[in-house]
Design a protein around this ligand. Structure first.
Ligand code: HEC
Length: 104
């Protein structure tokens, strides 16, 4: 069977299994938006470098009790650069670390 035929089949299946006439539309609440960086110093720099590959939740869910926040976040930023290939400019690293340590 060729692609066009498959598409046609999928379309008629979608029609066949669609909502029956007169059914109420389903409403539901979206969970609160959490995937945003919190406001803080150098937010723009962090925003521009830290949410391209994954959501801000990765930052939010880090342990709160680290003894030295700057050291912890410097390690994270370096890991993003060296292990995961994040294209972060050297001159932005200190700004991002400052933002993260002050905000998270
Ligand atoms: C090039 C893509 C990329 C960019 C840009 C990036 N990250 Fe990541 N990050 C990753 C990958 C890949 C993982 C690991 C994902 C996994 O394990 O599921 C990760 C994981 C994390 C984690 C989870 C803990 C860990 O160490 O694995 C944190 C925190 C984090 N990133 C913070 C940051 C911060 C802060 C920035 C900005 C400085 C940043 N990321 C930018 C790719 C990136």
């Amino acid at each position: 069977m060729n692609r066009i035929a498959l598409l046609g089949l999928a379309a008629s299946a979608a029609l066949a299994f669609g909502l029956p006439a007169g059914a109420k539309p389903i409403t539901f609440e979206l969970p609160p938006e959490t995937a945003e960086l919190k406001p803080g110093p150098n937010l723009e720099t962090a925003q521009g470098n830290c949410v391209a590959c994954h959501s801000a939740d990765y930052i939010l869910t880090q342990p709160r009790s680290m003894a030295n926040k700057k050291e912890f976040w410097l390690g994270e930023v370096n890991k993003m650069i060296h292990s995961y290939g994040a294209p972060i400019q050297e001159s932005d690293v200190a700004k991002i670390v400052e933002y993260l340590a002050a905000t998270y």
